[in-house]
Design a protein around this ligand. Structure first.
Ligand code: DC
Length: 223
C-alpha cells in the first residue's frame, strides 16, 4: 500500500486526444506540478536517434537512459542542457517514442524519474500508464479519449494553421498505427484503468473538457 499523501491526478489516453493541453490547464488551475511522461519517451527516442542507436534494440536503448540529463523548466524541455522542446514533437519522434516505449527495460529505467515529479501540493500526470502502473494510488484517474477521426482532424488543422503541409489520410493512418502499437504491447499497454472515469472529448472543446475534468476531480477529492 502506498501511503504517499501527495495527491496525483492521472490523465491517460491515446495520441492527439488533447490530454496534454487539458492536463496542463488543469495543473495550472490547481497550482499542481505537471508531468508530461510522453515527452520522456520522445526524449529517449531522440537521444537514440542522435546516437544512431536502433529504436528496436531494447538493451542499447535502455542503457542510454541513465546517461540522459532531462530537465523541464518554464514549459521548455532540455536534454543534456539543449532545448529539445520542438525537436521531440515531430511525427518521426512520435513513432520513435512509441517504439522505445514498447521495451520493458526502457519503461523500468524511467520509473524513478516519473515518481520524482510527485511533489506538494500535487501532481497532474499525463501519459498512457499513469493510473495503471506509475501512480496506481492516484486520487483521480481519468481516461481521456476521442475517436481516431476526430483526433486526426485536430492534428490536421494544427499543422495547416502552422502553415505546414498535411495529409489527413496519412495522419489518420499514423495515429491508428501508434494506437495499435501502444495498446497491444505486452508491458503497460494503453488501457483504461478499471477505476478510471472515461472522458470522451470528440464533441467537446478544450474549455468544456477542462470543466468536466475539474468537476470529476472535485468529486473525487471530497473526503
Ligand atoms: O503522449 P505522446 O504522444 O507524447 O507519447 C509519445 C509515445 O510515448 C506514445 O506513442 C506512447 C509512449 N508513451 C508511453 O508508452 N507511456 C507513457 N506514459 C507516455 C507515452
Amino acid at each position: 500500500m502506498n501511503l504517499n499523501p501527495i495527491p496525483v491526478i492521472a490523465i491517460d489516453g491515446p495520441s492527439a486526444s488533447g490530454k496534454g493541453t487539458i492536463a496542463q490547464i488543469v495543473a495550472e488551475k490547481l497550482g499542481y506540478h505537471y508531468l508530461d511522461s510522453g515527452a520522456l519517451y520522445r526524449i529517449v527516442g531522440l537521444a537514440a536517434f542522435e546516437q544512431s542507436i536502433d529504436w528496436q534494440v531494447e538493451q542499447d536503448v535502455a542503457k542510454l537512459v541513465p546517461q540522459l540529463s532531462i530537465k523541464f523548466e518554464h514549459g521548455e524541455i532540455y536534454l543534456n542542457d539543449v532545448n529539445v522542446s520542438e525537436k521531440i514533437r515531430t511525427e518521426q519522434m512520435g513513432q520513435g517514442a512509441s517504439k522505445v516505449a514498447a521495451h520493458p527495460l526502457v519503461r523500468l529505467a524511467l520509473v524513478d524519474l516519473q515518481h520524482s515529479f510527485r511533489k506538494a501540493p500535487g501532481l497532474v500526470a499525463d501519459g498512457r500508464d499513469m493510473a495503471t502502473v506509475i501512480f496506481p494510488d492516484a486520487k483521480t484517474k481519468i481516461f481521456l479519449t476521442a475517436s481516431a477521426e476526430v483526433r486526426a482532424e485536430r492534428r490536421y488543422k494544427q499543422l495547416i494553421n502552422k502553415g505546414l503541409e498535411a495529409d489527413y489520410q496519412a495522419i489518420l493512418k499514423d495515429l491508428q498505427d501508434r494506437d495499435a502499437r501502444d495498446s497491444q504491447r505486452s508491458v503497460a499497454p494503453l488501457q483504461q484503468a478499471t477505476d478510471a472515469s472515461l472522458l470522451e472529448t470528440s464533441h467537446l472543446n478544450i474549455e468544456q473538457a477542462v470543466n468536466q475534468a475539474l468537476m470529476h476531480i472535485a468529486s473525487t477529492h471530497q473526503d
